[in-house]
Design a protein around this ligand. Structure first.
Ligand code: NDP
Ligand code: NDP
Length: 315
């Protein structure tokens, strides 16, 4: 496959694995890169020394050293993460949850490729103006932190495609070759896939969380905590506690107190399915097996090619 996204990252397939907190460690990123996609380390849950360790391990474990680091701009020690990225010679950075103007020129001056994650046209244009190389457009179906507009991927991709000239990578609700084909038909030049890779052998998510993902069904995730930062979660006791608090008109302070610290770690890394925060997308409903990252990518590409051939034949 040959397009602006494969050329930008020098990868075989335009499949980008999302840099998810507590799930996207070096093992997953390296496995995705070695299978022909772009592996991404999720730095949001890593202290700077841990990030350095993951980058070093990823460099050793990848054939070509092509992988990225995702940095949520809400991260408290972002300066230290940037220092680690530059000193370790990371070639690609995905920024999310913040203003793309803050770090893009710093990274570009160092020769680093920059991609920014957005959920609406306004921020897509802002990212393009800031000089990013590509955009991830993430729809409402996606797990974890989510845009406030609630625009679904099917509506978002054509809107973003119209708004910017740089390559658009579709995200949210994509776990199969058919969904990848649909995204490309809408104008995306690549896909970012999160939930499917949570339930991979190499993801650093706790096995309890992976099992909960493959057991989940349609309707089992919901966007919540809209007053703080909207986040899509798998329903559990913690989710119910948040819903009850919101139904009882809890204040922002009360919700923050209920959330506490380290909920995401408790759920996704330590495997507490009752009290932990479990971030996953709607598409979890069709994920039924834990597989290796290579098998996941091979399966997506095979299905993509078959579906494309079927469509061409049908016309
Ligand atoms: P290592 O084999 O170096 O270390 C594994 C360590 O992580 C062990 O202490 C292990 O605890 C702990 N660990 C691994 N998986 C889990 C889990 N699902 N739940 C609770 N504890 C877990 O692994 P890596 O090379 O993969 O990791 C290097 C460092 O990065 C470690 O400190 C690791 O904890 C951290 N890490 C951080 C991530 C993040 O998103 N912040 C993601 C992945 C790893 P035990 O001794 O009980 O087996
Ligand atoms: P909390 O404030 O509840 O907890 C912070 C967690 O991050 C702790 O588990 C802590 O690990 C770990 N951590 C890693 N580095 C640092 C640091 N420098 N200072 C403090 N804590 C650190 O936050 P969340 O777990 O909800 O979120 C963590 C980060 O991930 C935030 O930066 C957030 O913006 C980002 N995030 C990004 C998402 C995305 O979709 N991109 C989704 C959700 C969160 P320990 O417990 O070992 O101290």
């Amino acid at each position: 496959m040959d397009n602006r996204v494969t050329k930008l990252f020098n990868i075989k397939y335009p499949i980008i694995q999302a840099g998810m907190i507590w799930c996207s460690g070096w093992e997953l990123a390296a496995a995705v890169t070695n299978a022909g996609g772009l592996g991404v380390i999720g730095s949001g849950s890593m202290y700077p020394d841990v990030l350095r360790e993951h980058i070093q391990k990823c460099k050793k474990a990848t054939n070509n050293g092509i992988f990225a680091v995702n940095i949520p701009m809400l991260y408290p020690d972002i300066d230290k993460h940037m220092e680690v990225i530059v000193s370790e010679g990371v070639k690609v950075v995905f920024t999310s949850a913040g203003n793309p103007k803050t770090w893009t020129s710093f990274l570009k001056e160092k020769g680093i490729i920059v991609v920014h994650v957005i959920a609406n046209a306004k921020f897509a244009q802002k990212a393009e103006e800031a000089g990013v190389d590509a955009i991830v457009a993430e729809g409402f179906e996606a797990g974890g932190h989510n845009g406030r507009e609630e625009t679904t991927t099917f509506c978002l991709i054509p809107i973003i495609k119209k708004a910017v000239k740089i390559p658009v990578i579709a995200a949210g609700g994509i776990a199969t070759g058919r969904a990848m084909l649909a995204s490309m038909a809408l104008g995306a030049e690549g896909v970012q896939i999160g939930s499917r890779f949570v339930a991979s052998e190499e993801s650093s998510a706790n096995i309890n969380f992976k099992n909960a993902v493959i057991k989940s069904n349609e309707g089992d995730t919901k966007l919540t905590l809209k007053q703080l930062t909207p986040v899509r979660l798998l329903k559990n006791k913690f989710f119910d506690d948040v819903q009850n608090a919101e139904n009882n008109s809890a204040s922002v302070d009360e919700l923050s107190k209920l959330l506490g610290r380290g909920r995401a770690k408790k759920g996704m890394f330590e495997g507490d399915l009752i009290e932990g925060e479990l971030e996953i997308g709607q598409v979890a409903a069709i994920i039924k097996e834990i597989k290796s990252a290579k098998d996941i990518i091979d399966e997506i590409i095979t299905e993509y090619k078959q579906a494309k051939a079927e469509l061409i034949k049908g016309f």
